[in-house]
Ligand binder design. Structure first.
Ligand SMILES: [Zn+2]
Length: 436
């Protein structure tokens, strides 16, 4: 789920703290190495590696087990991060084990929100988040600790040719940036002062990479800074982030009459159990359940990335399908599928009415609903292209976009309501297609 009109909660504190400083930037050129602009890597095709097992029906507990893999074992999965790659590889392995032909499809997008960066020190690399306004590129330089990046922390030193490592707090990110930049620093790493990760803003465009790291990862960097060891910061340019969709087809290059999917990326700092390991896991379980009695021609599945940055993964797949003249006839979206007693049905009126009728016959509490302008999800990319869409969701938002969106809050019966209904409804769509 993406929040459209409201900035995510993680950003609010920094926005409030950093407003009101919009003077124009100085004209000195950036000191960092810009990453060359290049098209995203080609898709990786992975052959089937097994056959689906288990019953040809949706299983809530099996879905919960998959949520545990994504949200528990892997954790936050920010588009473009190392964790995102681990999640994509895991999802691909599950589709392959059920007999699908799988493609991992990298795509590029422009976006300043949730840019996955990294910091390398002493041979180990940790995930970081580029602040909005940070340049892209890689800078490698000796690290130096500057406290809060206030006068006491910098102490009148020249930071020329150094990467400044600062604690979060007291000053705005803009003020920290301005202070270390004025002293000559070539990069800035801000270490969180509370658990988890954060996303900050530099309102004047920065002229060097500026990233945030967790308290735990920052402790190692502060140690490196004590001895003046070199650190590397790498951040994508805001106009060139890359992330990966995972697409499963019944055979290589098969046309997708029905595309079932859900996003697997998260905003920074949340395990994203409900948003949206639940929908990605339900997608995997539906793929397994449909494959259990043989693969269905025309039925494809996808796990999207960069949903939280602006529905970029689904938009990339729509473009690719449009370019090859193979848009699906129907798209089924699963986002936030495991909390609450009712199933909400969003999307095209005809489809949501059919699904509501089916739910009534199955004894499942479900009703068409309006998403409103505040929320968005991947079905909208397909809807924009004229594809009839239906989006199945459970009716509670839980601890959306916070560290509290954890696996232990997920309800198996809620997963089953959404999954049983989606399974039955996709079955109806397959019959409709078979009739021609
Ligand atoms: Zn979300």
């Amino acid at each position: 789920m993406i929040l459209r009109l409201f900035v995510p909660a993680l950003l609010v504190a920094t926005l409030l703290a950093s407003c009101g400083d919009r003077s124009s930037p100085p004209s000195t050129p950036p000191t960092t190495t810009q990453l060359p602009v290049q098209p995203p890597a080609a898709a990786t095709t992975l052959a089937p590696a097994g056959k689906a097992t288990g019953p040809a029906e949706f299983g809530g507990q099996r879905t919960l087990d998959q949520i545990e893999q994504l949200a528990g074992a892997i954790g936050p999965r920010v588009a473009g991060s190392q964790a995102e790659t681990r999640a994509a590889d895991y999802i691909a392995s599950q589709f392959r084990a059920d007999g699908y032909d799988v493609q991992i499809e990298p795509f590029s997008y422009s976006g300043d929100l949730f840019r996955a960066a990294s910091v390398t020190s002493g041979g180990s690399t940790v995930d970081a988040n580029a602040m909005s306004g940070s340049t892209g590129g890689t800078v490698t330089a000796p690290a130096t600790f500057v406290g809060l990046a206030d006068e006491a922390g910098i102490g009148g030193r020249s930071l020329a040719g150094k990467v400044a490592v600062s604690d979060r707090g007291t000053l705005t990110f803009q003020q920290k940036y301005d202070a270390v930049k004025a002293a000559g620093a070539v990069g800035l790493i801000v270490v969180n002062n509370v658990d988890g990760v954060f996303v900050g803003n530099i309102y004047k465009r920065a002229e060097m990479p500026v990233v945030g790291v967790t308290t735990a990862d920052g402790a190692a960097l502060k140690k490196a800074a004590e001895s003046g060891a070199a650190v590397s910061i790498t951040a994508p340019a805001s106009e060139q982030s890359t992330a990966k969709n995972v697409v499963a087809r019944p055979a290589q290059g098969a046309k997708c009459d029905i595309l079932v999917g859900g996003h697997y990326d998260t905003v920074p700092g949340t395990p994203g159990a409900l948003d949206n390991a639940s929908g990605a896991a339900a997608t995997l379980e539906l793929a397994r359940a449909f494959a259990a009695d043989g693969l269905d021609a025309g039925l494809c599945f996808a796990a999207f990335s960069a949903e939280e940055s602006g529905l970029f993964g689904s938009a990339a797949l729509v473009k690719q399908m449009q370019d090859s003249g193979q848009l699906p006839r129907y798209m089924v979206n699963l986002d936030m599928a495991g909390l609450g007693a009712r199933v909400d049905l969003f999307g095209s009126g005809e489809l949501t009415a059919q699904a509501a009728g089916l739910a009534a016959r199955m004894g499942i509490a479900a009703a068409p609903a309006e998403l409103g302008l505040t929320f968005g999800s991947d079905h909208q990319s397909f809807q924009k292209a004229g594809v009839p869409v239906i989006f199945f969701a459970s009716n509670e938002l839980g601890k959306l976009h916070t560290p509290g969106d954890v696996v232990s809050d997920i309800q198996v019966d809620s997963l089953e309501r959404v999954g049983d209904l989606a399974f039955a409804y996709i079955g109806e769509l397959l019959k409709t297609i078979a009739r021609g």
